[in-house]
Design a binder for this molecule. Structure first.
Ligand SMILES: [Zn+2]
Length: 595
């Protein structure tokens, strides 16, 4: 059902129409070119293909269709992007599961109603004590209102009675996590005599709460209690404050990660609005990926003296693995940003302007911990820093910091490299190390040639018979080979190949992609390789010649590889078959050279 809806929307909204609202486009042959809205660039490398209804940036490697574009630029979930585009296209969205959808809507209403109830309670009776506490922490009424802070009264049933009077059932209320089921039946209010911090989704809808015990209240209770997981609240996915911070995060190209809700609110009050917190959990990979939609830079401002660094460490390692650039903001006065802002907002602003790159921070702290003059010290330093460097997904970063480490330890880089391999082998229990192969494989000339050839096939199907028909043995890249075989089979079936036939095949693969993830990435590859050729098409004087050169070069690489293998084999004694094969390959290579 969803497939037909996305197709219907795509049929009504063209990719150039949707994207033109966000950027200046110029025509470039069959495509459009623009400066990428997702990374900074001077010359445009963002390509839009009306034919394939897709886009791709050759600078930051983002790409997809209109849905992925809207998700990324507006910071929306898929369903929200679908709704937004459906509205523009005038397409009615049918509910996936009406029963569940109805339930979800009810939960949103109950949570929203509870939030308003708590906000009202902050103005009366004991709520005034809570309000006083917030003001004593330095918060203004404006910011208290902006973050919709509230107070849950000291009662077992005030909220649930209020909600029941509004017509909600006990079961629906319990499903929001606002009440807790009693052992003997019935329900009681979960949040009692607490300061309430609503937690919103990216769209700004309240989906749950974080709560703090009242100062001087029942200290035997947990200081912080959060809404449990519900149909709409998944704590591993939510970031406190993101609904308000997202625009500023994109503009500043930096997300500041703090420990507590109060830190977020105080920072906003000080005018620093690109700040979020996790709510009652350690940072998750999912949260990092959500932040990555807005920026690739995260600055942690955790209490770096003790527990904070442990809490931050895992998050930092995950961020590095996601190729996010990480820095540290040290709070100058007081323990946390909230304290700092209360004492002197200017100091927080200043601290934010001067984040320290994470590796600089690690280098400083590890080198301060051990004695670099002695061998054991050197080993300890290398152990700790190489462990972190190894977590980085970017090979250039890894190289830079390895070099820095070798400099500072006064050891040759080869020794460091060898030592790193030793640690890795020990950790992997001598199993072969995949991480090493990865770098080699992805950027090989062979792969580049195969990608380029597939691009030529897609754009110039008329040359298929002449140039590309016999490449089956030469294409080793798994996904490219899959697409190549599909195209080749189609050519054999139809006895011809043209744009229309290929467009149909692309559509089939993309439809299947919705069922099978693997094929989804095939569509992506298809679009990217075609755009990559189109992007530099002006620089190619003779398309036919260029395509042919690619094919020849690929064949040469493969043939040389095979010859080498055979040579090695023949050193241990050659059979007649080997010699014939060698001869054949050699002749083939020669004939190609003549061409
Ligand atoms: Zn880009």
């Amino acid at each position: 059902m969803l497939d037909s809806q996305t197709d219907e929307i795509k049929a009504k909204l063209s990719v150039e129409e949707v994207l033109s609202g966000y950027m200046q486009m110029q025509r470039a042959g069959r495509n459009f070119k623009a400066k990428c809205p997702f990374h900074n660039e001077k010359t445009p490398s963002f390509m839009i293909s009306p034919e394939r209804q897709s886009w791709h940036c050759f600078g930051c490697n983002e790409g997809g269709d209109i849905f992925s574009f809207i998700m990324k630029i507006e910071g929306l979930e898929f369903y929200e992007a679908l709704k937004l585009l459906a509205e523009r296209a005038g397409v009615q969205i049918k509910n996936q599961n009406p029963a569940q959808d109805g339930k979800k809507r009810n939960i949103f209403e109950i949570v929203e109603m509870s939030r308003k109830f708590f906000e009202e309670c902050l103005k009366i009776k004991n709520g005034k004590i809570a309000l006083q506490y917030l003001q004593d922490r330095g918060l203004t009424s404006d910011i208290i209102e902006k973050f919709q802070l509230g107070y849950a009264p000291d009662s077992w049933d005030l909220l649930s009675n209020f909600l029941k009077k509004k017509g909600f059932s006990e079961i629906d209320i319990a499903a929001t996590g606002m009440t807790v089921k009693k052992d003997r039946g019935g329900y009681y209010d979960r949040f009692r005599n607490r300061i309430m911090f609503p937690i919103n989704n990216i769209g700004g809808q309240t989906i749950g709460f974080s709560s703090r015990v009242m100062p001087g209240g029942d200290e035997s209770q947990a200081k912080y209690i959060n809404t449990p997981e519900t149909l709409i609240y998944n704590k591993g996915r939510v970031l406190y404050g993101l609904d308000k911070a997202k625009t500023e995060i994109r503009q500043k190209d930096l997300c500041i990660m703090v420990e507590g809700n109060m830190d977020v609110i105080a920072s906003f009050q000080a005018g620093v609005e690109n700040v979020v917190a996790t709510s009652g959990t350690a940072l998750t990979e999912e949260q990092i990926r959500i932040i990555k939609r807005y920026t690739k830079n995260i600055a942690f401002s955790f209490d770096m003296d003790s527990a904070g660094i442990k809490a931050a460490n895992r998050g930092i390692e995950m961020a590095l693995a996601e190729d996010v650039s990480v820095s540290i903001i040290t709070v100058p006065e007081g323990k946390d940003p909230a304290d700092c802002v209360k004492n002197n907002p200017k100091l927080w602003e200043e601290a934010v302007r001067n984040p320290k790159l994470i590796m600089e921070f690690y280098f400083d702290s590890v080198f301060a911990k051990y004695d670099v003059e002695n061998i054991e010290g050197k080993k300890k330093i290398a152990d700790e820093l190489l462990r972190i460097i190894g977590k980085m997904s970017n090979s250039i970063d890894r190289g830079v910091y390895r070099g820095m480490l070798s400099d500072k330890l006064g050891l040759d880089e080869d020794i460091i490299f060898e030592y790193e391999n030793k640690i890795k082998r020990e950790k992997a229990g001598f199993s072969n190390n995949r991480e090493f192969d990865r770098d080699k494989v992805t950027s090989s000339r062979e792969n580049q040639l195969q990608e380029r050839i597939l691009g030529f096939i897609i754009l110039y199907p008329q040359y298929f018979q002449e140039l590309f028909f016999d490449l089956e043995d030469y294409i080793s890249h798994e996904k490219i080979s899959k697409i190549y075989k599909l195209i080749r089979n189609l050519y054999l079936e139809e006895n011809k190949l043209n744009d229309a036939i290929l467009a149909e095949l692309n559509r089939d693969i993309s439809l299947q992609g919705k069922v099978e993830e693997q094929n989804g990435s095939l569509t992506h590859l298809w679009n990217v390789v075609a755009l990559a050729v189109e992007e530099k098409i002006d620089e190619i004087a003779d398309i036919h010649k260029e395509a042919k050169t690619c094919v020849i070069n690929l064949k040469k690489i493969k043939l040389k590889e095979k010859l080498k293998e055979l040579e090695v084999k023949m050193k241990d004694g050659a059979t007649q078959e080997d010699i014939e094969k060698f001869d054949k390959l050699y002749k083939e290579l020669n004939s190609i050279d003549i061409e």
